[in-house]
Design a protein around this ligand. Structure first.
Ligand code: CP
Ligand code: NVA
Length: 307
């Protein structure tokens, strides 16, 4: 059966660990695996802007012996004239996999239902699972085993990043804390799904409204933009509502002394994080950005290898 990565819990704990192990191997030798030699083509489609995702998929697909076909929705029939399922049926006869950054999760689900090739969510309004594979790889490199670590996320808990930390974090057996105003808490169904996973992995999800309480003793401090793509009209309200969830040096002082700071980028210094933190000694954001390449290559190798 064709496997897809539409949300973080599409991978079991064992599968997530297997992909991270493979990413470690591919990071040691970028050209060790050539499953796309031929070359086979992978379609990488963008409805929203991107730097890291665009570059890391294009470079990674080339590393794997393949040919990336990067498509802007604005210049294609998708996103207006043609449905995701019709697009999927056209693409599956020519490409080995489809990577798509879009708005609605439902569009990705429709694309996946309509095709025999793997579909990868390269960010939707609800989840950013590729980013989480890179983040977990980065945390593993700096902190060792993921299981049992405490990760504290600050800001927009109902965003794609908030949801992905909740699901992927508990899948890895981590204790995930989300500090946000009540109106920005992660969706209840996502927390319920994470709670079910946590029962098998020993992880947990805890929601906080007090950011200082959430920071106390944490091993990983995380934030993301307060104004995700598609939310620009809410900017004024968001800056007002999320102001007290900024990651500052005080946040880092409350965390474990060996804590690392991560951020998927792009960052708004002075808003969700102070420059002294993101540019400071505990920040590992550039390793994190590089790891998009290695983690996504491992994901593609793994997906293409499924029977
Ligand atoms: N972190 C991330 O997905 O970055 P881009 O929007 O630049 O792809
Ligand atoms: N939450 C952000 C992530 C950007 C990589 C957004 O959706 O804009």
């Amino acid at each position: 059966m064709t496997r897809h990565l539409l949300r973080d819990d599409d991978l079991t704990p064992a599968e997530q660990a297997e992909i991270l192990d493979l990413a470690v191997e591919l990071k040691k030798d970028r050209w060790a695996q050539k499953p796309l030699a031929g070359p086979q083509t992978v379609a990488v489609i963008f409805d929203k802007s991107s730097t890291r995702t665009r570059v890391s998929f294009a470079v990674g697909i080339a590393d794997l012996g393949g040919s990336p076909l990067v498509i802007s929705t604005a210049n294609s029939q998708l996103g207006g004239k043609e449905t995701p399922s019709d697009t999927a049926r056209v693409l599956e006869r020519q490409v080995a996999a489809i990577v798509w950054r879009t708005y609605a999760q439902a569009g990705l689900e429709e694309m996946a239902r309509g095709t025999r090739v793997p579909v990868v969510n390269a960010l939707s309004d609800d989840f950013h699972p590729c980013q989480l594979l890179a983040d977990l790889l980065t945390i593993r490199e700096h902190k060792g085993e993921l299981k049992g670590l405490t990760l504290a996320f600050f800001g927009d808990g109902m965003s794609n990043m908030g949801h992905s930390y909740v699901l992927a974090g508990v899948t890895a057996g981590m204790h995930v804390r989300v500090a946000s105003p009540a109106d920005y808490a992660p969706r209840e169904d996502v927390v319920a799904d994470a709670d079910r996973i946590a029962e098998t992995t020993g992880g947990s999800v805890t929601l906080y409204t007090d950011p200082l309480e959430a920071a106390a003793g944490a091993d990983v401090i995380v934030t993301d933009t307060w104004v995700s793509m598609g939310k620009e009209e809410e900017k004024i309200a968001r800056l007002r509502d999320l102001g007290q969830y900024k990651v500052t040096q005080e946040t880092m002082t409350l965390a474990d002394p060996a804590a690392v700071f991560i951020h998927c980028l792009p960052a708004d210094r002075g808003y969700e994080v102070d420059a002294e933190v993101i540019d400071g000694p505990q920040s590992v954001v550039w390793d994190e950005a590089e790891n998009r390449l290695h983690a996504q290559k491992a994901l593609l190798v793994w997906l293409l290898r499924q029977p």
